[in-house]
Design a protein around this ligand. Sequence first.
Ligand SMILES: NC(=O)c1ccc[n+]([C@@H]2O[C@H](COP(=O)([O-])OP(=O)(O)OC[C@H]3O[C@@H](n4cnc5c(N)ncnc54)[C@H](OP(=O)(O)O)[C@@H]3O)[C@@H](O)[C@H]2O)c1
Length: 267
Amino acid sequence: MRIAIAGATGRVGRHVVAAAEARGHDILPLTRRAGNDLERGTGPAGTPLAAALDGVDAVIDVTSVTTTSAGRSRAFFTAVTEHLLCAERAAGVGHHVALSIVGIDGVDASYFAGKLVQERLVEAGPVPHTILRATQFHEFAEQMTARTSIGRLLTAIPVVRMRPVAARDVGARLVELAEAGPAGRARDLTGPRDERLAALVQQMFAHDGLGRLVVEFPLPGAYGRASASGVLRGGDDATRAAITFDEWLRSADHTSVRPRAVADVAA
Ligand SMILES: NC(=O)c1ccc[n+]([C@@H]2O[C@H](COP(=O)([O-])OP(=O)(O)OC[C@H]3O[C@@H](n4cnc5c(N)ncnc54)[C@H](OP(=O)(O)O)[C@@H]3O)[C@@H](O)[C@H]2O)c1
């Protein structure tokens, strides 16, 4: 198959690429680095996106924007999804695969607001689709640390009850779904164990040899309440992926947070 991967350079995108290549698929990366701007709807050198999708069988969308603004999140996912679906229809692409987040129903706030809009657009759109919802990645621990370190001794982490999954497992599942053809809402994908984000960050610091204190605090608002409540863990009917946080931490998929933290102090 020829598979276009929107967001191919991202945390999960790079695993989608690796899984697709390992299964012998022909890959088309759609990222700004490759000359595409999906928010503006342009292909390389300003050409129409539809031309770039010529001959593509399926598009896997794993783009993202870093924001806690509901407005910015909605604007990003609306623009990217509408541009992709429009170009896919023009190019005759038969399958759109989107990645969303477990447990976000009714949490129309912060980043999740954009994901709800994305799901609605894909469901109502002109291209046969599959939507996979996954829980937070193990990589979320690295991501949060980069945003929440206070000086050299303290990291403040919001209360998040989660069932984290390796981005590698999510990437592999997305490729399986692309191969299987349009299925509507796929079964949710979660990690193997219930965890708490602050404990994972503390464990990661110990593993990376960083003597830093982790303090946990409740985030306000609908997003914070959802994160603390446990709804983001998903239900018992979800598929449980194999890679544990421990295994991920000891693997090459984990990037030590130590150099970044030391660089922060120097700055
Ligand atoms: N992180 C999690 O814990 C988690 C959990 C469940 C679901 N998800 C979902 O997984 C998806 C991917 O998340 P992630 O954490 O892997 O994201 P990420 O690491 O931030 O990667 C985002 C990707 O989007 C591309 N991108 C951003 N703006 C673009 C634009 N205007 N045009 C073209 N490409 C653009 C980036 O490439 P360039 O910068 O090169 O353009 C990059 O490849 C998101 O939809 C997210 O909601 C994430």
